[in-house]
Design a protein around this ligand. Structure first.
Ligand SMILES: [Zn+2]
Length: 62
């Protein structure tokens, strides 16, 4: 029954590699397009732009 253990080992290894890949790639290299606000270019790291969020167009003249 060594083959089963080899299969399990390969499966775990593949899962570990996949998880590691997801963990290492997602926070460090997100889509470069999503990292900046498409309105003002402020670095947002994929979040809502704090500049445009705090100062929308209709409040700019305040
Ligand atoms: Zn913005």
């Amino acid at each position: 029954m060594v083959i089963i253990w080899i299969g399990i080992g390969i499966g775990i290894l593949l899962a570990a590699i996949l998880i590691k890949k997801i963990i290492t790639t997602s926070p460090r290299t997100p889509l470069k397009f999503g990292m900046r606000c498409n309105k003002c270019g402020y670095k947002t790291n994929g979040l809502k732009c704090p500049r445009c969020e705090n100062a929308p167009d209709h409040q700019r003249w305040k």
